[in-house]
Design a protein around this ligand. Structure first.
Ligand SMILES: [Zn+2]
Ligand SMILES: [Zn+2]
Length: 69
């Protein structure tokens, strides 16, 4: 898969590392950040298991726009 932003810039040779959680486009390492997402899901029982944060890929455009979590 090709990175969407690289395609726009006509950059060749980059490989997408994931899918942006904001816009759903493929994005490469240069055009995205992998951010930690704390898992805060309440199950109604009041117990929280200690878990490592999840992670998500956010492209630069979405990160700048603040639309992704
Ligand atoms: Zn790219
Ligand atoms: Zn995006």
């Amino acid at each position: 898969m090709k990175c969407y932003d690289c395609t726009q810039e006509v950059r060749e040779g980059t490989v997408a590392i994931g899918v942006c959680s904001g816009c759903g486009l493929f994005t490469c390492q240069d055009h995205s950040d992998v951010v930690a997402v704390p898992v805060a899901r309440l199950n109604g029982l009041g117990t929280s298991h200690r878990r490592a944060p999840a992670r998500t890929v956010v492209c630069r455009t979405c990160r700048a726009a603040g639309t992704a979590h």
